[in-house]
Design a protein around this ligand. Structure first.
Ligand code: PSU
Ligand code: MN
Length: 347
C-alpha cells in the first residue's frame, strides 16, 4: 500500500551551503516525499551555481506544449550561462528538485487537469501526504512553494517571471500572496520582473518591508533611485527601496545576508528588456477589464491570479506573450549570473 518504499533514498546529507562552514544545519536528505536529482545534488556539493525554476508557470500559465518549450528554453538558458538548473515541482506526490526531460514533459502535459494543482507552502503537506492514501497529485509550485523546496535542498537563487502580491481591495478580501510571507521567512533570492499592476504595487512594497524582505531593482547603467518594475512595463511608478547596478552587487548583498544569518529572502527586480516593454497605459485598460470580469465571476482565493492572468492574455489577443517569454528568459539569465558571482564569493 505504501508507494513510499519504492522510492530510492540515498542517505547523503548535503552540507549547509547557505552560510559559513560553521553552520550546523543540514539540508533535507532524500526521503519518501522529497527528491533532489542526482545532477543537482552533485552540483550543490561541489558548489556549482544552481538556479531554481518554478512550475506554476507551466501548470497554470502557459498551455501545453508551449510550456514544455519554455521549460526547456529556461533550463538551457541556465546551462548556457554556466549554471545548473533545478526545476521544482510535485510529481506523483513527491517534491522534486531537479527534473529530467521526461518528468518535465509529464508535469507540463498534465496542465489543465483537475488533479494538477497550484501549490504554495500550505499545500505541500497535503499533496505529499496523500500519496500514502493512494491519491496521487501532480502540481506546479508557486514562488512560495518553490522557494521553500529550494531552501530545503540548499539552493539560494531562483529566477522567474512575476511575483504574487497584495491584491487590490486586500483591505477587505485579505488576499495577499503567500509569496510575500515566504520571502519573509526563507533565505532564497528571487529574480523577477516585479509584479503585474492588477496587484496593488505600493501596498506590496509596504508588505515586503514589514516582512523584512530586501527589495532591489537592477538599474540601467549608472541610474540611481530607480522605480520598481511592473512586469510588462519597466516602471510601476513606485520607487524601489534599493537600486543595484549589476549581478556582482546583487551577489554581494546575498553573501552578506547569508553570512549574517538573516533568515528572510531577497527580491531583485529586473525590468523587462526595453524592446519588449508594453506601455503601462496600454496594459492598464486590459487589466481593468480582466479585474471586472474576475469580480463579476466571484473568483477568489488561489484561483484569482490564474483567472486574471488568463483573462489578460485573452483580452490582449496574446500580444503580451512574447514580452512574457522575453522577461522570464532575461530574469533566468540574470539569476544564473548572480548565482555564479555568489559561488565566487563563497569560495
Ligand atoms: N504572477 C504572474 N505570473 C505568474 C504568477 C504570478 O504574473 O505565473 C504565479 C507565480 O507562480 C506566483 C503565483 O508565485 O502565481 C502567485 O499566486 P497567488 O497570487 O495565488 O499567490
Ligand atoms: Mn491569493
Amino acid at each position: 500500500r505504501l508507494l513510499a518504499t519504492s522510492i530510492a533514498r540515498p542517505r547523503i546529507a548535503l552540507r549547509c551551503t547557505h552560510a559559513a562552514s560553521s553552520c550546523s544545519r543540514r539540508h533535507l536528505t532524500n526521503n519518501a516525499f522529497f527528491r533532489v536529482s542526482e545532477e543537482v545534488r552533485e552540483a550543490l556539493s561541489s558548489k556549482k551555481p544552481v538556479v531554481a525554476l518554478e512550475t506554476t508557470i507551466y501548470t497554470h500559465g502557459f498551455p501545453y506544449p508551449e510550456n514544455v518549450a519554455l521549460a526547456s528554453l529556461l533550463e538551457s538558458v541556465v546551462r548556457t550561462n554556466g549554471g545548473i538548473p533545478a526545476t521544482i515541482g510535485i510529481l506523483d506526490g513527491v517534491a522534486r528538485v531537479g527534473m529530467d526531460p521526461e518528468e518535465l514533459i509529464r508535469l507540463a502535459s498534465s496542465a489543465g487537469k483537475s488533479d494538477t494543482l497550484k501549490l504554495s507552502r500550505r499545500d505541500l503537506g497535503y499533496v505529499c501526504g496523500m500519496r500514502l492514501a493512494n491519491k496521487s497529485f501532480n502540481g506546479g509550485t508557486t514562488i512560495s512553494g518553490t522557494m521553500l523546496l529550494a531552501h530545503l535542498a540548499g539552493i539560494k537563487v531562483f529566477g522567474t517571471g512575476g511575483l504574487g502580491g497584495v491584491h487590490r481591495g486586500a483591505e477587505s478580501s485579505m488576499d495577499i500572496s503567500a509569496d510575500l510571507t515566504e520571502l519573509g521567512r526563507t533565505p532564497v533570492t528571487v529574480v523577477s520582473s516585479g509584479c503585474k499592476s492588477f496587484l496593488d504595487i505600493p501596498r506590496t512594497i509596504e508588505y515586503l518591508e514589514t516582512e523584512g524582505v530586501g527589495v532591489g531593482t537592477f538599474a540601467d547603467g549608472r541610474q540611481r533611485n530607480v522605480n520598481f518594475p511592473a512586469f510588462w512595463s519597466r516602471d510601476s511608478g513606485v520607487k524601489s527601496p534599493m537600486t543595484i547596478a549589476d549581478e556582482i552587487e546583487a551577489a554581494a548583498i546575498i553573501h552578506a545576508q547569508h553570512t549574517l544569518k538573516i533568515s528572510s529572502g531577497l527580491l531583485f527586480a529586473n525590468p523587462v528588456p526595453i524592446e519588449y516593454a508594453i506601455p503601462k497605459e496600454e496594459m492598464d485598460v486590459i487589466i481593468e477589464e480582466a479585474l471586472k470580469q474576475a469580480n463579476a465571476a466571484n473568483i477568489s482565493g488561489k484561483d484569482n491570479t490564474p483567472f486574471v492572468l488568463a483573462k489578460i492574455k485573452e483580452l490582449s489577443n496574446g500580444k503580451s506573450i512574447p514580452a512574457n517569454r522575453a522577461l522570464i528568459e532575461s530574469n533566468v539569465k540574470r539569476a544564473t549570473i548572480v548565482a555564479r558571482e555568489l559561488a565566487i564569493l563563497e569560495k
